[in-house]
Design a binder for this molecule. Sequence first.
Ligand code: ZN
Length: 227
Amino acid sequence: MLAILLMAPTTACSAAPRHVQDTRPMIALTFDDGPAQHTDRILDLLERYGGQATFFVVGRSVEEWQETIRRTINLGSEVANHTWLHPDLTDISDQRIRAELQTTSAIIEQITGLPRPPFFRPPFGLTDERVAGIAAELGYAIVTWTLDTRDWEVRNADSVYNIIMNEAEEGSVILMHDTHGTTADAMERVIPELIARGYRLVTVSELLYSLYGELKPGRIYGTYAFP
Ligand code: ZN
């Protein structure tokens, strides 16, 4: 019987192997301000449970954490731009904004060997028309978030866990920081439990592409926008 089942598909062998679509609802976990000492623990969990995430790194930390950056890419996760020195972009010159974005993308491309993602996340989520104009000129969309865990403020794993498990839904872009051990602690439960609830943990690129197609430079993606 088994042999017959294995033989049967040969009758339709002219077709190329079909890609099996993963139709699970998607959530994008995002971690800002690293790489840092807790990043690898989060990568361990993503590797163990089979998920991806996006790490919005500060350019000045990239060189020190090259191995972590390369591991992030090798696990299918994403490294994206969170500026070089983490300034409020609305408060610095046009020239400095360009330098913050371009130096960070350059080191990301150098270490990953991949083209930079077509977006960045502004420090503190702060942006305005001038910043958006420069982003458009340089070919970046602006990505904020839809769910803020306030992890940097509360520094409490249970709180981060509860916010995510109560509020995350299909299409959520969740803001966290891999600079805090309490956030990595929360991920010990959050990552396996979101997967057990049927979600697929994907990169920002994959989620936004599935929702919007190509991203528009200068446009803000995320429900959080500069007040
Ligand atoms: Zn930040």
